[in-house]
Design a protein around this ligand. Structure first.
Ligand code: SF4
Length: 128
């Protein structure tokens, strides 16, 4: 695997049934739903707006024009989120030193938002 598989080929179900895109992003913004919701796990995996978006999502900004994007895909979404970076910015450990640091402007810090309990959805993510 040479890219983040969050919501694409992996997920994590916590002890109360929340289905997160990745075991490293156990935060409400990254929950696609709950296995106890109508449709169960299959419904979350197949129809969650969050997971559907992650399967299409391309990192924008500097990463979007990086010639290493095909092998790096912008690095780790979890690391970026929990270090205060936009998931649309380069990974803090970018091998080219393109880390932009934590997002300075209020409102750009958290790129994902929860649309309702157990119904994670994305906002503010776009390529370029
Ligand atoms: S994290 Fe760095 S190496 Fe990876 S795609 Fe972004 S700019 Fe390129």
């Amino acid at each position: 695997m040479n890219m983040c598989g969050a919501g694409r080929i992996v997920c994590c179900v916590d002890p109360v049934g929340e289905v997160y895109a990745c075991p490293f992003v156990l935060a409400p913004e990254f929950s696609g739903g709950n296995v106890r919701d109508e449709g169960g796990f299959a419904g979350v995996w197949r129809e969650s707006p969050l997971f559907e978006h992650l399967r299409e999502w391309q990192v924008g900004g500097t990463c979007g024009t990086c010639n290493a994007y095909d092998v790096c895909h912008g690095g780790c979404m979890a690391v970026k989120h929990f270090t205060g970076r936009s998931v649309d910015s380069p990974d803090p450990d970018c091998v080219f030193g393109n880390d932009e640091g934590p997002a300075a402007a209020a409102g750009t810090f958290v790129p994902l938002s929860l649309g309702g309990k157990g119904k994670g959805k994305l906002s503010q993510i776009s390529r370029g």
